[in-house]
Write a protein that binds this ligand. Structure first.
Ligand code: SF4
Ligand code: SF4
Length: 276
């Protein structure tokens, strides 16, 4: 079974939840798809011995062959190539690697070259994987594809998504059996939860909510879930012990064994949510 853990916004405790599942369940593969800031390794402390660069193909022009027809710029849907004063200008960072400009060029003046955008790292048995996008790179999808190629289908797979509801999150969720939406009891948390709910509903993936930093004095998330008929999987209370542990890279399941049991019980709810 594959589950994606996502949150409408950063800082809600998405990685704490993902890593806690990974630390509580047997035969589990953890995949950190938060490629701009992967920090699951801080909590799960794998030995990352395997590393492979992720490369994409980007165009390179040969001005000695170019007749300045402008076809390449017209063909590019992403404004990653332009013809300015008879010269071809390339913007590889925003290139989507579609190859349309190469096909459109009548003079074979464009070739494709490899460009490294990041890395995929794992431990020896592949039960921990993380992607890292190079600083300044805006497109993470090729790294996510590489991570998902390494999914072990016979295992329980926990996918820690990027925060937000971008196309990177859509790519991470695709093919998952269930989504866990992590949120916090603030107006921002509720706003971004609503966006995440719309996304997973549109993708047709069953889902439930985990409320982190829950407070007795604020029940906006519970009220929203009740109104919308969304299952509340677990509430993790606002706790100084948990916050202190987090700042030292220690998960709630390591602070108190009872949390491990709570995560296992939550997993049972997820399993029945998938069966439904
Ligand atoms: S490969 Fe595609 S996205 Fe990249 S510059 Fe060419 S046409 Fe544009
Ligand atoms: S399509 Fe080819 S020949 Fe035309 S401007 Fe682009 S690189 Fe030059």
């Amino acid at each position: 079974m594959k589950i994606a853990v996502l949150s409408g916004k950063g800082g809600t405790g998405k990685t704490t939840v993902s890593a806690s599942f990974a630390a509580s369940l047997p035969c589990c593969q953890y995949i950190d798809c938060d490629v701009e800031e992967p920090n699951g390794a801080i909590f799960l402390t794998p030995e990352l011995k395997i590393s492979s660069q992720v490369k994409v193909m980007v165009p390179k022009s040969d001005m000695s062959k170019c007749s300045a027809c402008g076809n390449c710029a017209k063909a590019c849907q992403f404004n990653a190539i332009a013809l300015v004063k008879g010269k071809v200008l390339l913007f590889p960072e925003i290139c989507h690697h579609c190859g349309a400009c190469v096909i459109a060029c009548p003079d074979d003046a464009i070739i494709e070259v490899k460009r490294t955008i990041g890395v995929v790292e794992s431990n020896v048995d592949g039960t921990f994987l993380q992607g890292k996008l190079n600083v300044g790179e805006p497109i993470s999808i090729p790294i996510l594809r590489e991570l998902k190629k390494r999914i072990k289908n016979h295992m329980t797979v926990i996918i820690d998504c990027s925060p937000g509801a971008s196309c990177a999150v859509v790519q991470s969720i695709e093919g998952c059996d269930y989504c866990v939406l992590v949120t916090e009891p603030t107006p921002f948390g509720l706003h971004d939860l609503k966006i995440a709910v719309r996304l997973v509903k549109k993708m047709g993936v069953p889902f439930g909510v985990i409320l982190n930093k829950a407070l007795d004095s604020c029940r906006i998330i519970q009220e929203f879930c009740e109104t919308e008929g969304i299952e509340m999987l677990m509430e993790i209370p606002f706790s100084q012990d948990i916050a202190r542990g987090y700042s030292r890279g220690i998960l709630p399941v390591e602070i108190d064994h009872l949390w491990k049991e709570e995560f296992k019980k939550t997993w049972e709810k997820i399993e029945s949510g998938v069966k439904k």
